[in-house]
Design a protein around this ligand. Structure first.
Ligand SMILES: Cc1ncc(COP(=O)(O)O)c(C=O)c1O
Length: 385
């Protein structure tokens, strides 16, 4: 699908950085002199803890996927089952498998694309040990219900908050409460560290596990690295990984964290404006998200009448990039199970289309997106409603 206009392409998402990030990396390279895990990572973790106002601790890793993998590995044994919605980024399913556990795909609530707890309840077995609620597009849905469900069935909760950095749930920041919360700082997230992630938890055993496992399982190595030292003689009691965050990433993350207020304002105002200007458009349905508390990572809409792909192509020709978040994991060969139906997930998946959303989208660009959508439905004879 090619831009057939002479207008500048509008990107779906983007890393938004300036000389501040460049200077932070320069400082690590030329002055700190050690690119790997050290004081910058410790400082980023402390600043995240302060920002989140959490009583727990923060352990930074190299990706959000690693954060999820270590979180699942910390609370499950091989063969244990983990409930998760099928319509999510592939990371959740791969992270569960990587830990030796079994992902149990669940339906979604079409209102906000969060896990359908009725379906999750039907899928409980003796082996179910955890649930991963995914804060789709930044919206955690009703976390109180998730935690009540988890308490009732004695499950650990691993929040996939990759989309929800900065979101407030019932007056509290996501990550300031809860069991285990995983963030992603990949290149296009609400804040980026280049690539990176974090596990936030008040569970000391989980924290100890993550801190050691991210450095090949070397016991206590995190604390050495924080001081610019390393372990020469040590013990290892379980499988570990090279999942630590680097000083270079942490320097980018620290700079982005200072800009978060500005990013948040822009993401929220763009999303409110999409809602206001598209609310009466033909052929689409919008999610009713409260952008006073949610900091949106993406702006998905539902396109009715089987026209999603046609609209996507129409926008691409106008130089407007869109996305489809996400291809359901239960349809992938590696995770497919016979005889399990997901009608809601498959219907919603066939309608989802994400519009450009990042802090550099201008008002003119957003107007172009909105105009292109409304003209598509004016021209299209197959009007769905
Ligand atoms: C819902 C969700 N979970 C997990 C991840 C994984 O994060 P990362 O890309 O940092 O590995 C992502 C990243 O896009 C995501 O969107």
């Amino acid at each position: 699908m090619r831009n057939t206009t002479n207008k500048k392409a509008i990107k779906l998402s983007k890393s938004v950085v300036d000389m501040k990030e460049v200077n932070a990396v320069r400082h690590v390279m030329l002055e700190v002199g050690y690119f790997g895990m050290g004081g910058e990572v410790k400082a980023f973790e402390s600043e995240l803890k302060k920002f989140l106002r959490t009583k727990g601790e923060v352990a930074c890793v190299n990706t959000g996927t690693s954060a999820l993998h270590l979180a699942v590995a910390a609370v499950t044994k091989p063969g244990d089952e983990v409930l998760v919605q099928s319509l999510t980024y592939l990371s959740d399913f791969q992270a569960i498998r990587a830990a030796g556990a079994v992902p149990v795909a669940c339906e979604i609530d079409p209102k906000n694309v969060t896990i359908d707890l009725k379906d999750a309840e039907r899928k409980l077995t003796r082996k179910t040990k955890a649930i991963i609620p995914v804060h789709y597009a930044g919206d955690p849905g009703d976390l109180t219900k998730i935690y009540t469900f988890a308490r009732k069935h004695r499950l650990r909760v691993i929040e996939d908050a990759a989309h929800a950095f900065g979101t407030v749930h019932k007056g509290k920041l996501v990550g300031s409460f809860g069991d285990i919360v995983c963030f992603s700082f990949d290149p296009i997230k609400n804040i980026t560290s280049g690539d990176g992630g974090a596990v936030v938890t008040a569970d000391k055993r989980v924290l100890r596990y993550v801190r050691d496992a991210r450095l090949l399982g070397v016991m206590g190595d995190s604390e050495k690295r924080y001081k610019g030292e390393r372990s020469w003689e040590f013990d290892v009691v379980r499988q570990g990984y090279r999942y630590h965050m680097t000083n270079i990433s942490a320097a980018i993350g620290r700079t982005q964290l200072k800009k978060f207020g500005k990013f948040k304002k822009k993401r929220q105002s763009l999303s409110k404006r999409y809602y206001r200007l598209l609310a009466n458009a033909n052929g689409i349905v919008l999610f009713k998200t409260d952008y006073r508390s949610v900091v949106p990572h993406i702006y998905p809409i539902r396109v009715l009448g089987g026209l999603r792909d046609a609209l996507r192509e129409h926008l691409a020709k106008q130089g407007i990039e869109t996305g489809i978040h996400y291809y359901p994991s239960h349809l992938l060969s590696y995770f497919r199970k016979r005889g399990v139906a997901f009608p809601v997930t498959e219907q919603i998946y066939s309608e989802l289309l994400s519009l450009p959303l990042h802090p550099d989208v201008t008002k003119d660009e957003q107007d172009r997106v909105i105009r292109a959508i409304t003209t598509f439905f004016q021209w299209n004879k197959k009007r769905p409603r």
